[in-house]
Design a protein around this ligand. Structure first.
Ligand SMILES: Cc1ncc(COP(=O)(O)O)c(C=O)c1O
Length: 374
């Protein structure tokens, strides 16, 4: 068996150990209640999230993928419809669009932000366009102003993919509260994470909320009175109870991630061919992702691995180039996403990442770059 890396990309243990007693008592509370699905913990967590995110409705689900899927279904988006999104995201964003039978239309990204390039969106709008799904990638808020203006002008819905940005502000609001739906994931690696799968959708619209609640419960508003084919997608009581322990700490953790990112940026200045991310307003650094130019990214990653430093490539293949879309999207061209897929490398980041680890990671990276990139 291979040894785990000395410097993992994410270490959840500090968080688990610090709040051990709170997790234990939350766990006991659920066991004692005897309610495991749609009980008091889930209701309380939904209302705490609604308050935190500034939207009246927050609905707990099985996963972030379900959140996207149910949002699209609630908006009656399906065959014949087009949905604009980014090719530089986790597959689930496009997968949800394909699952409802709609066509994803991939618009290239901006190389500075890794997010949808607002100037390329309008030309992609057709009479079939029903929605835009911006993804706040790596925790960096997408510039929502041009998206909101386009949506209003063309009557298009906005579904924010917030899987990577829980807690990220956009002006005086929170990401996820800006469009028709905000879709969140509580996958264990996320900034606000469960001990298993979990997700949520958030909306301001009473009718959409009611429809989403109906869809998550087998298409029924009243038990055994099913109205349409829905799903079984509920956030369970144990996950909700654990997430309730974590939510009050999220802002502190997100701030600690920003501090780590600032520190990396200082430690990594002046390395030729290495581009660090800027510390833009509201960025909650779900990932700290650098670019390595010059075609040596994989060698650098191997060098880091040899020194016990884990790193990840998010994402090695832009979504429009995945096998599923290879044929249908052969005319899609997203040169920036395609280039970035060959250059990006995400380094270890989590709120408790020790200073000494960061210093070691950065100095090792600097040395590898000196040896490999020149
Ligand atoms: C951008 C993005 N969208 C959607 C998802 C799907 O979330 P989940 O894994 O909870 O289904 C993820 C999860 O990795 C993601 O990163």
């Amino acid at each position: 068996m291979t040894q785990p890396p000395k410097y993992p990309v994410l270490d959840l243990q500090p968080q688990i150990q610090t709040h051990w007693a709170e997790f234990q008592s939350a766990f006991q509370r659920v066991l004692q209640s005897g309610q495991f699905i749609l009980g008091p913990e889930e209701h309380a967590f939904e209302s705490e999230c609604a308050t935190y995110l500034g939207a009246p409705h927050a609905i707990g689900l099985n996963s972030g993928t379900d959140a996207l899927f149910i949002a699209l279904r609630a908006l009656n988006i399906g065959p014949g419809d087009e949905v604009i999104t980014t090719p530089f995201t986790f597959f689930a964003t496009a997968e949800a669009i394909s699952h409802v039978g709609a066509t994803p239309v991939f618009v290239d990204i901006d190389e500075g932000t890794f997010n949808l390039n607002p100037s390329l969106m309008e030309p992609a709008i057709t009479t079939r366009t029903r929605a835009i799904i911006p993804v706040h990638l790596f925790g960096r808020p997408v510039n929502m102003d041009p998206i909101s203006s386009l949506a209003e002008h063309y009557g298009i819905k906005v579904i924010e993919d917030c899987a990577q940005c829980f807690g990220a502000p956009w002006g005086d609001k929170k990401t996820g509260s800006l469009g028709e739906f905000g879709c969140f994931s509580f996958f264990p690696t996320k900034n606000l994470s469960a001990f298993g799968d979990g997700g949520m959708i958030v909306t301001h619209d009473d009718a959409l909320a009611s429809r989403a609640r109906m869809l998550r419960a087998h298409g029924s508003r009243r038990k055994y009175f099913n109205e349409e084919a829905g799903y079984n997608s509920r956030l369970d009581e144990l996950q909700a109870a654990m997430l309730r322990v974590k939510l009050p700490h999220l802002d502190g953790w997100n701030q600690a991630r920003r501090v780590c990112a600032e520190r990396y940026n200082q430690l990594l200045t002046g390395i030729p061919q290495l581009i660090t991310p800027d510390i833009s307003e509201g960025h909650v650094f779900h990932q700290y992702t650098i670019r390595l130019r010059g075609g040596r990214r994989d060698l650098v990653q191997a060098g880091l691995a040899e020194a016990g430093i884990a790193s990840m490539i998010y994402y090695p293949v832009p979504v429009h180039r995945l096998k599923l879309y290879e044929e249908s999207h052969r005319h899609t061209s997203c040169p920036v996403a395609e280039q970035l897929a060959t250059e990006v490398l995400s380094l270890p980041i989590y709120p408790e990442l020790p200073l000494e680890s960061q210093v070691f990671i950065a100095s090792t990276l600097r040395q590898i770059c000196r040896e490999t990139l020149t």
